[in-house]
Ligand binder design. Structure first.
Ligand code: EPU
Length: 338
C-alpha cells in the first residue's frame, strides 16, 4: 500500500478546494480498505470518494483514503427486472449511461449527478422526481471499527429527503463498498411528471420517450442550470429545500403569494431555497473567488482559488439573510469538513 504525503485534494473534491491531506492513499479493493483501516500508525482516517458533496474548510490532518473500488456486475436478470451490484468507486453518471445503453430503466432521471455509486445512499441522491431509494435494494459497508462488512437493507438505510442512516446514527462509522440496485428491463416506469422534463420532451416533439430521451432531457436541463464542476467548482445544491409547517406556510404564502412551493403532506410544505436566496439578491453575486451561481441560486461556486472558509462565510451570510427576510432556516446539504 502506497502512502503519499502532503497531497492537494483539489482534484478530489468537486468544489476544487485546494486543501492538503497530511497522508493519502488510493483504495482499489475491499481488502485494501481493510488493510488501510488497520494501520495503527495513522490513527485518524478520512474517507473521500467522488468528493461531490463536501466543503473542505482546512487542511486534513489524517490519512485520506480515496475510495476507487471498481466493478459492475449483474446478479440476476429475469423477464422484467435486473439486479445490479455496483462497487463504490464507480462514477454515478457513467453507471447511469451504462444502464441506459442496456435498456435498464430506473436511473435515467438521475443522469449527470456528480459523485460515485458508493456515496449515493449517504444523502439519497435525487433529481426530477426520482430518488436513489426508488431503485435501491441494499448496500454493503465496512464497519470502520471492526473492519467487518455489514449488509444494510433499504429499510436499514432509513432514507429521507437528502438523508439516510449514514448521515445520522451511522455517520463516520462505515465505508460503503457496494450498492445493489433493482432496475426494469421492460415496461419501464417512466417519470416525466417533473415540469421541466415534459417541456423539454415537447420541444423535441417526443411523445413516446425512451430511457435515452429522458436522460437527454435531464442532461439538457441540468446543463442549462447547474455548472459543470470540471469548469467551475461546486457541490450541486449547497442547501436543502426547507420544509415548513402548515401554519408557517400560511404566514409565508400570505406575505409572498408569488413564491413557488411543493405541498408534501397535509402538514408540510417545501419551499425552494433557490427562490429564497434569489429574493435576498444573491443570485450571480461574486465575492473574491466565492460566488452564487448565475442560473441557480442554490449552488455556491468556486471561481478558482476560494478557500473552503470563504465559501462557508458566504453560506453563513446567506443563511442569516434568508432568516431575517423570511423567518425560514435553511441548512447546508453538503458536508462541511471542519
Ligand atoms: N428557483 C428560483 N431561483 C433559483 C433557483 C430556483 O426562483 O435561483 C425556483 C425555480 O424557479 C423553481 C423552484 O425554485 O420554481 C425549484 O427549482 P428547481 O426545479 O431548479 O429545483 P430545486 O428545488 O432548486 C432540487 C434539487 C436539485 C435537483 C432539482 C431537480 C434539492 C436541494 N435540490 O433543486 O438537486 O436537481 O430539484 O429535481 O433538493 C443537488 O442535490 O445537488 C441538486 C442539484
Amino acid at each position: 500500500m502506497k502512502i503519499l504525503k502532503d497531497i492537494s485534494l483539489k482534484k478530489y473534491n468537486t468544489f476544487g478546494i485546494n486543501a492538503h491531506a497530511k497522508y493519502f492513499s488510493e483504495i482499489n479493493s475491499v481488502e485494501n480498505l481493510r488493510e488501510a483501516l488497520r494501520l495503527k500508525q495513522y490513527p485518524t482516517k478520512f474517507i473521500i470518494s467522488g468528493g461531490s458533496n463536501m466543503l473542505i474548510t482546512g487542511p486534513i490532518d489524517a490519512l485520506v483514503l480515496h475510495i476507487n473500488i471498481k466493478g459492475i456486475s449483474i446478479i440476476e436478470e429475469n423477464d422484467n427486472t435486473v439486479i445490479l451490484k455496483v462497487s463504490a468507486g464507480e462514477n454515478w453518471h457513467e453507471l447511469v449511461m451504462w444502464t441506459i445503453k442496456r435498456n435498464y430503466g430506473g436511473l435515467e432521471n438521475m443522469s449527470l449527478i456528480p459523485g460515485n455509486a458508493g456515496t449515493a445512499p449517504i444523502q439519497n441522491i435525487g433529481a426530477y422526481g426520482v430518488e436513489l431509494k426508488d431503485n435501491f435494494m441494499s448496500c454493503e459497508a465496512m464497519n470502520i471499527n471492526t473492519q467487518e462488512i455489514e449488509t444494510f437493507t433499504k429499510s436499514d438505510c432509513k432514507f429521507g429527503y437528502r438523508d439516510s442512516f449514514f448521515k445520522n446514527e451511522g455517520k463516520g462509522k462505515y465505508v460503503i463498498t457496494n450498492i445493489t440496485l433493482n432496475l426494469t428491463t421492460k415496461n419501464h416506469k417512466l417519470n416525466t411528471s417533473y415540469g421541466a422534463i415534459e417541456q423539454e420532451l415537447e420541444k423535441g416533439k417526443i411523445t413516446n420517450p425512451t430511457l435515452q430521451d429522458i436522460s437527454n432531457a435531464v442532461i439538457t436541463i441540468r446543463q442549462s442550470k447547474l455548472p459543470d464542476p470540471k469548469l467551475l467548482g461546486n457541490s450541486g445544491s449547497f442547501f436543502k429545500n426547507p420544509v415548513i409547517s402548515k401554519e408557517e406556510f400560511g404566514i409565508f404564502s400570505e406575505a409572498h403569494p408569488e413564491a413557488p412551493f411543493y405541498k408534501i403532506s397535509e402538514e408540510a410544505y417545501k419551499i425552494p431555497a433557490g427562490w429564497l436566496i434569489e429574493q435576498c439578491g444573491y443570485k450571480g453575486k461574486r465575492y473574491g473567488d466565492a460566488g452564487v451561481h448565475k442560473n441557480q441560486a442554490l449552488v455556491l461556486v468556486n471561481y478558482n482559488n476560494a478557500t473552503g472558509k470563504e465559501i462557508l462565510e458566504l453560506a453563513n451570510r446567506i443563511i442569516s439573510d434568508v432568516k431575517d427576510k423570511f423567518r425560514i432556516a435553511i441548512t447546508p446539504e453538503v458536508n462541511i469538513i471542519k
